[in-house]
Structure formats: structure tokens, C-alpha cells
Design a binder for this molecule. Sequence first.
Ligand code: FE2
Ligand code: FE2
Length: 306
Amino acid sequence: MSFSIERYKEESTRLDITGVAWEDVSRYPLAKGDLFCLHYMMDIENHVPLYLSHLLVTRACMDPILTAFLACWNYEELWHGENLGKLLNLYGIKFDTQDRIARVRANLGVQNSISILTTMAGSWLSKDFSAIYLTIGAINELTTLTGYGALIRKSKHPVLADLLSRIIKDERRHFAFYFNSAKEWLTDNPAAQRIDRWALDRLWVPVGKGVKTQEEVDALACYLFDDEQGEEELLAIDEKIGKLPGLSGVRLMSKALYEARARMAKNPGWGWRLIDNEAWAIAAPRHSPIDQMTGRRGVPVEALES
Ligand SMILES: [Fe+2]
Ligand SMILES: [Fe+2]
């Protein structure tokens, strides 16, 4: 698995959706679980610029190769979110993308700013912060593309499968960058390996957690991965990340699945009630009216709510 930043800069572009059969989106049904996952995935794709704001204040971004990657990556991720939103709209779910993004962000509240500060401070305290960030990037991209593959399998929706297959190609490139960069940082660097392992064991959370609640993360994990094939795929993610220097035997995604299962066993209905109750609608924020946040008054929010 090779990666050239020069080639990536040359070739990075918005998602090619030429020939996607958008007109057929509503011809095939999507289960409630599929819709739950699609909203989750769209929200996390659309959260990328805020995630980026956390990274740009860290010492990792002293590296010009990393910032070049992030400049292209951010643009590519934008079109993942846009196109997932488009598919949901065409399926018949009414929302305005900008309004939804603003609501998700408003719901983060002050926690988002605190998190930026702690990430920034933490990064300057450890010279090997990049090892942690790059490894987490690799896990997140690999989890994302594995999740899209699982949703293709679950939904059996041909247009969604076509769109997600195209997105997966981008995610594979993102994964290659992070994995190779993390490997480079960790090789022959026992101090970096130690702090990376410590951070993964204690601080790591599955992609989307923080924007989404634990129950939402569990609902997604169990909908997509709670069968034999799903579990194998999560174990394969751990195995791949375990190939990085110093991370042999690491258990992340499989552990997240087993913990989700345990919470479900203790609390019947946990996770699944979100899917059954169609909990993907985002509530209006309590403290940050969207028009104040964005300065825009033109979005007829009420008219969009179904
Ligand atoms: Fe993406
Ligand atoms: Fe990605």
C-alpha cells in the first residue's frame, strides 16, 4: 500500500458522481437501520471541518506534508457529506443540509471549544503527538470504509451501493496516507510507540463519538457489525492497526463492539430504540439559535421539518 503526497495533490478532486442513477433512489426501499446509519455517516462527514479545526492548532500541523494532505482531504470529505445528503433528500427525507449541519454543531455546545484547547495543549506537551493523531486517523478512515462496505451489504440498495463504492475509493487513499505516515513516525521510535499505545488504550473512541452519543455509536455498531461477518471485519481492522510498530495485539473496534453488546444485554432496547423511533432527526439546539450562529435568516426551517 503506497501513497505519494505529490500524486495525491495532483489527483485530489471532488467525488465523481457521473452516471449515478439518482432518479432510481426512491425505487428501492431502505430499512430504518439503513437510514439511521446514513444520517450518522452524513453528520460525521459534515463534521470534518470542525475536526480539522482541532488539528490545525496542534504541533502535528507544523508538518507541511500533513497540511497539504488535510487541505485536499477536507475538500473530498465535503463531497461525501453533500452526496449522502442528496441521496437522503431524493429518497424523500426533507431537510436542508446547511440547516442540519448548523444544528449538529450548535448541539456540541461549549464542549467543542474545550476539546480544541485540550487537544492543542496536549499536542505541545508531547513531541510524539503526531504518532497518536496519525494512528487515530488510520483507524477512523479504515473504520469508515469498512462501515460503508457493511452498509452496502445490509441495504442492498443499488444506487447507495454505487455512491458508497465511489466514496470508499477516497477513504482508501485517506487510510493509506495515515497508515503510512503513522508507520514512518513509529518505526524505531519506542517512546512514540509507548505513548501511542497508551493513548489508544485509554483515550481512543470510535469515529463519531462526541458528535454522537454512546447509544448512537452502539446502535450503528450493532446494526452494521453484530453478525459473524461484521465481527470478522472489525477484528480485521484491529489486526491491520496492530501491524503498526508497537501496536501488536491492540483491540479497539472489536472491543467497542463487545462493549456495545454488553450495554445492550444489560439494557434491552438500547440502541435499537433509536432506530425504531427514527431518532435521526436533530433537535433544535437549546442555547444557540441557528440564525444567530450563522447570521443567515433565509432558511425556512419549519417548512423543512416533516
Ligand atoms: Fe468521507
Ligand atoms: Fe476519509
